[in-house]
Unconditional design. Structure first.
Length: 415
């Protein structure tokens, strides 16, 4: 039995921790936050591969995983349908997956308040020193500590988040707050709205207490909007008192003035159904959109996975699925080869190029979003063409595209 340290106690780290513990490894997970992590109700699109990872982690999949929808719809600015697409999907939430994975993992092995200070290794072991004075050693270390990974900062200091040029307003609205019009025309579907160079999307997720009963659910939305890095982004990441949060503003600190401006813009350019949802969402928050692209994900006895290795913009809708895939891949090679650097090297061979393709696919979808409507008038045919393209492109389960090395269409170079 090998000793394996995992840094990062969010979904990726919990996937790896659960799978490796079930495999018989001696796993210890270090999480810098204290208390329960908070996903702010963020929605997650499920894929078959995500279900596979959950099963590998020992989670039973049933109807309580999320909310099922049967189709996609794109709404025009007047609220009418620009197009529909039949597609059955199950939409779950970050909080639901975190609850399932956290409760399934040994609490004695999940250590909180552990901020990594230094990481080092020799021929036989890897060592971690934490800011609280504690230290740990293991045969391997798996870093799944997010977009601003402390481990990556030490092993690959030149790699970091690169701003994509736009932000996302996010939030969830209780089903019971909404009008019959919005419930009938949008709530039960995976919906889109496509202002010039922007994109609003949303779908139903479980409500409080992971309740999936009709009447008790919530609608999760993501509204992508451009924001210049040198001016608008700085303002958006500053609270009402002018304090700037360059690495991400806490949800409770988002300025009420920015929220007011966002809601005013929604009434002007979004379908009225979405304007209502944004008006009735009690605590919308925002995140800047970044890319992270690694050229190397294994460094001796240390491996990067999840957002520590790659961050693809959310358009692909598979960030959590990717982390689950990576966790299964690492565990597979450790099972075959043992807790040795060769196992991590095999993981890198299998996943490095795939991760780079995910980032490229997400950048392609982002470029399309930014370009849509910017090259001509928003006539009816172009609106319908955009609607059909967005619904189809974002519906793709890109596993087959990745396997074929075709994550980005050749024609994308013209965008």
């Amino acid at each position: 039995m090998a000793k394996i340290l995992i840094v990062g106690g969010s979904l990726g780290g919990l996937f790896a921790a659960n799978i490796l513990l079930r495999q018989g490894q001696d796993v210890l997970l270090l999480e810098k936050a204290s208390g329960s992590l908070d996903g702010r109700g963020a929605g997650i699109v499920t894929h078959d591969a995500l279900a596979d990872a959950l099963r590998e982690a020992g989670i039973r999949i049933d109807e309580n995983l999320g909310v099922k929808v049967s189709k996609r719809v794109t709404l025009g600015a007047d609220g009418s349908s620009l197009g529909e697409m039949d597609l059955t999907q199950t939409l779950t939430s970050w909080s639901r997956l975190y609850q399932l994975l956290k409760e399934n993992f040994s609490s004695e092995r999940y250590l909180q308040g552990k901020t990594v200070k230094t990481v080092s290794q020799d021929a036989d072991k890897v060592y971690v020193d934490c800011e609280d004075g504690s230290n740990y050693s293991a045969d391997l270390l798996i870093a799944s500590d997010g977009i601003r990974s402390a481990v990556r900062a030490q092993v690959a200091p030149t790699v970091g988040p690169e701003y994509a040029g736009y932000i996302a307003w996010r939030g969830v609205c209780d089903e019971g707050c909404l009008s019959k019009y919005t419930l009938d025309t949008l709530f039960n579907y995976f919906g889109f709205c496509l202002p010039n160079g922007e994109q609003m999307l949303g779908y139903p997720v479980a409500g409080s207490g992971n309740n999936t009963r009709v009447g008790s659910r919530r609608y999760n939305f993501v509204w992508y909007r451009p924001a210049s890095e040198e001016d608008e982004l700085i303002k958006l990441l500053s609270d009402a008192d002018g304090h700037h949060y360059p690495t991400g503003i806490p949800p409770a600190k988002v300025s009420w003035q920015h929220i007011h401006s966002m809601r005013s813009a929604a009434r002007e350019i979004l379908a009225p159904q979405y304007a209502e949802i944004l008006e009735k969402t009690p605590a919308p928050f925002l995140q800047a959109i970044y890319d992270v692209r690694s050229e190397q994900i294994v460094f001796g006895r240390i491996a990067l996975m999840g957002d520590a290795a790659f961050v693809g913009r959310p358009h692909v809708g598979m960030g959590v699925t990717k982390a689950g895939d990576e966790a299964m891949c690492i565990a597979k090679h450790i099972s075959l080869l043992g807790a040795v650097p060769a196992a991590l090297d095999a993981y890198s061979v299998e996943r490095l190029h795939l991760g780079q393709q995910v980032v490229a696919r997400a950048q392609y979808l982002g470029r399309y979003m930014q370009a849509q409507g910017a090259k001509g008038n928003r006539d009816g045919e172009s609106l319908k063409r955009n609607a059909d393209t967005v619904m189809a492109e974002t519906a793709v389960d890109i596993s087959s595209l990745l396997a074929a090395g075709k994550a980005v269409p050749v024609a994308a170079a013209t965008l």
